[in-house]
Design a binder for this molecule. Sequence first.
Ligand code: F6P
Length: 541
Amino acid sequence: MSPDTSPSTPLSWPAWSSLQARARAGVPHLRELLADPNRHTYSASAPDCGLHLDYSRQAVTDGVLAQLMALADQADVAGQREAMFRGDVINTTEQRAVLHVALRGAPGATGNDAPWGADIQAQVHTELARVLDFARAVRSGQVTSSTGEAFTDVVNIGIGGSDLGPRMATEALDALTVHATGNPCGTGPRVHYVSNPDAWALHSTLRGLDARRTLVIVASKTFTTQETMTNAASARRWLADAGMEGEAQSQHLVAITASPQRSGAAGYPAAHTFTFWDWVGGRYSVWSALGLPLALAIGPEAFADFLAGGCAMDRHFRTAPFSANLPVLMALAGVWNRNFLDCPTQLVSTYPSRLAKFAPFIQQMDMESNGKRVQKGNQPCPVGTGPIVWGGLGIDGQHAYFQLLHQGTHRVPVEFVGITAEDAPLPLAAEHHRVVNLNLRAQAQALALGRDEAATLAALKTEGRSDADAHALTAQRSFAGNVPSSTLWLDALTPHRLGALIALYEHKVFVQAAIWGINAYDQWGVELGKTMAKAMEKAGA
Ligand code: F6P
């Protein structure tokens, strides 16, 4: 089929052709671009979110940037953005609005601050109050187990969006989950996450726990996911084996779902059932009742701060001009790398150890959203869509896969994430922090600049190598450089800043989908495997 060039598709937009021409003509090496003393102006901040984006190491010039901005205009990103915030049915294959932004709307907001309308605003805040009250009551010991004891442990059973977000955020906000000495419950219960239905995953979590003081949360938007239901049945058996059955077991069970009818039919008590709605995608649901395990871990006030951070980023996304708009800039850099510089992957490299699970979380958000080949109008997308997103902790990566970034044959754009302030309660924390950020900055610079053969030869001679040795090693020890990267700096890793960071990535994904003309909010691609498993089960395979 020949590519669709109708007015609504990227290939028909003048900015697309102009960017193609610029990419063909070539962009100067980053070594040259970074030699410009004004290059530091390639940066933008969202002060209310505590975030700063340095994109000076993206392979862009003023001319490229201008065309990328034009591309966003020609794709009507602003119009599409407002349609989402208004609650238009932008998830067209499921006929749903996409309103995770409403979940973090400010309490009491009206008018342009709550464009989704009063009904949704009321629904969200009623359920949020239930979630926060429950979290408060469990943490204070007011809600107790069937034996009248405070809950010391919570096990969240869920997978995909019902696991990755709360799990990542609980670890990221570890500073708030410290358990007071002497009290096994401390300021909040320990929260564990189980996603894999491999029995060892559940066993290795449960074996250290006392069933009489454990709360089991079953988190599933659909309440049909086989992996989650398998783990839930096993956890209920574990409670029963410890003497908790019937009404007693109910006191240890919580359901979080958009299908309370199903969880009710499965015996989960209504008072312990928290809901969200079909207009919240699983991978966008950490802000909803699905955030309950996080609220249990960090406390209701901190969870409210987390929501406020997301809301602050929404304001930035809706009001900052595109040239200073963090999600838009990150999305456009991604489109430039993906569609014009032919980089099929995107590495997310976090340096704070507490953000170890950030890349896998973003991986689902991005790849399940933008891993699509058909546009909203049912035409094959004529240009490449979502990149392969991968990553993890940058420091560990340096000692593993960074070799390929520096000297392999792939050009892998990187998004570095770091924190400017350190807060770990160790006497030498400042030194740890210095080493971590030094490495982040050094990697970004080394990837951009590389080292040409002349510089390598000189370096080898300085090392004391003979002329012959130096020449023999020059090719092996040289670096092409010119690897594009951005660095996102958080001023601190607080609930508010984490909320803003997640919302930033959500909007980045949105902007890219808006340009590619795809629906970022369905996930039909995961269905065939599920159907196949059912068919095989039925056939007795
Ligand atoms: O199979 C993919 C998926 O549907 C994700 O989109 C979702 O986050 C995950 O499964 C879990 O689904 P549920 O919350 O309905 O159990």
